[in-house]
Design a protein around this ligand. Structure first.
Ligand SMILES: [Zn+2]
Length: 448
């Protein structure tokens, strides 16, 4: 008799491995003290021991603790944070880093009769929401959904806290080292095509996942893409910061789907939206074109120009950022074609997120395994060699040239702000063009 009989396991509480801990997942019990049902019951027992002060937040955290095996959210009391440091201010709140002193509860250990903790002593990001119109639970759910990804994107959300002195709620999440813009500024000359394609392919995958859920980012730019350097592949992990902009744009979109005021950074916003139409998934693809540009030039689009109504009109007339001539032999022709296709004035001519993700994935893979089987891959290989063969001295010279030409214009704005669309300017547009009226899109500025 060689029939293999799966042995049923029991925990000291009498739960069996045949029980269901979650709707379609059998209970997992092991010899080191893990039982999913015990963990779940322990979470439920503790519901009465904490409260955020908001019944809706409590309810949603409890739902995650009962129903989601991987993404548990926690109520994290503010006293749990140490060494709180201010990082940045945004349109809706501020971000801080802090040490999570005691970690967060992960699972109940039935042998030790105690919790096992995650993230003990680790640094996390605290996003304090100062805009009371924003529903913190909805925002958190949207961010978690949009960042679910089939690849290396690993953007952790841990829970909610509250600042006792301001009474503002806080989203507790992964802390990343820097954003894509800072990363490129530091690493540009060391990055080969493998890393460049890898970064783009992760972002395209993020768009693919969120577009499949009918979620559009609406404010994708290099400052919203966060990079960490200790992941398993290529030493990079990436998160997309939503910064609640999607929700904000929902708030300012009026009933006929036309926009008079928009939130964002002009160089990344598609012409149709600058004109006053609603943001669609094709709009994110246009923004992706801006990221493709920065990956190959280390410059943000339209860095040396004022981000004013004139620039908006130029963009609507088809003006796009220019790649410096001396860089052209480091870039495959198909790449430039793809970038300009993302920037197409006609949204229907832009590639879809699925097309982008598939194409970049295949090229990244082929490049990685040295499969140079067609013209596209040959162009990539030549571009890589041309860049490698540029001497350090030449690179230094070129670097100075780039930093010179990309000197930030004092009226360039890469952090989200409110400005009027061409539709929103109405009759004022003619007066601005003729110089009779000053440009409200330079006066409306909130922050840089
Ligand atoms: Zn148990």
């Amino acid at each position: 008799m060689s029939q293999k009989i799966e042995k049923i396991k029991y925990c000291p509480q009498g739960h069996s491995s045949e029980d269901f801990a979650y709707s379609n997942l059998r209970n997992f019990i092991d010899s080191v003290g893990n039982c999913d049902v015990c963990t779940k019951e322990r979470f439920i027992q503790e519901f009465k021991t904490w409260s955020s002060g908001d019944a809706n937040i409590d309810y949603n955290i409890q739902e995650f603790q009962i129903n989601d095996i991987d993404n548990k959210l926690h109520w994290i009391p503010y006293v749990n944070f140490q060494n709180i440091k201010h990082i940045a201010d945004g349109g809706h709140g501020s971000v801080y880093s802090a040490k999570l002193e005691n970690g967060i509860k992960w699972r109940w250990n039935f042998i030790k009769r105690d919790w096992e903790y995650l993230l003990t002593g680790r640094k996390v990001a605290l996003k304090e929401i100062k805009d009371s119109r924003i529903d913190i639970v909805e925002s958190l759910k949207v961010m978690m959904t949009a960042n679910e990804n089939r690849n290396a994107t690993n953007f952790g959300y841990y829970g909610i806290s509250k600042n006792p002195s301001t009474q503002n709620y806080i989203i507790v999440m992964d802390l990343f080292e820097c954003d894509l813009h800072n990363y490129l500024t530091k690493k540009f000359w060391d990055l080969g095509w493998r890393q460049k394609l890898f970064i783009l392919s992760l972002i395209a995958e993020y768009l693919e996942t969120s577009h499949a859920k009918n979620f559009f980012h609406c404010d994708l730019h290099s400052g919203n893409i966060l990079i960490g350097e200790h992941s398993y592949d290529l030493h990079l992990r990436l998160g997309i910061n939503l910064g609640l902009y999607k929700l904000e744009n929902d708030l300012i979109l009026n009933s006929n789907n036309k926009i008079n005021i928009i939130y964002g950074s002009i160089p990344y916003i598609p012409p149709e939206v600058l004109r006053g139409n609603g943001f669609t998934r094709e709009g994110d693809i246009y923004s992706f074109g801006g990221i493709m540009y920065e990956i190959i030039t280390a410059q943000r689009p339209f860095a040396n120009q004022a981000h004013d109504t004139y620039l908006m009109i130029d963009i609507c007339n088809g003006v796009r950022p220019k790649v410096p001539d001396f860089m052209l032999n480091w870039i495959p022709e198909w790449y430039l074609d793809l970038m300009y296709q993302c920037w197409s004035d006609d949204p229907s001519e832009r590639p879809t997120a699925v097309e982008l993700a598939d194409l970049l994935f295949v090229r990244l893979n082929n490049f990685f395994f040295g499969i140079i089987d067609n013209n596209v891959m040959r162009q990539l290989k030549i571009a890589e060699e041309n860049q490698k063969n540029t001497s350090k001295f030449q690179k230094q010279e070129l670097f100075e040239l780039v930093s010179d030409s990309s000197k930030l214009h004092p009226q360039s704005y890469y952090i989200g702000r409110y400005f009027r669309t061409l539709r929103g300017l109405h009759d004022l547009l003619e007066e601005i063009k003729s110089g009779k009226s000053s440009d409200p899109n330079l006066l409306l500025l909130k922050s840089k």
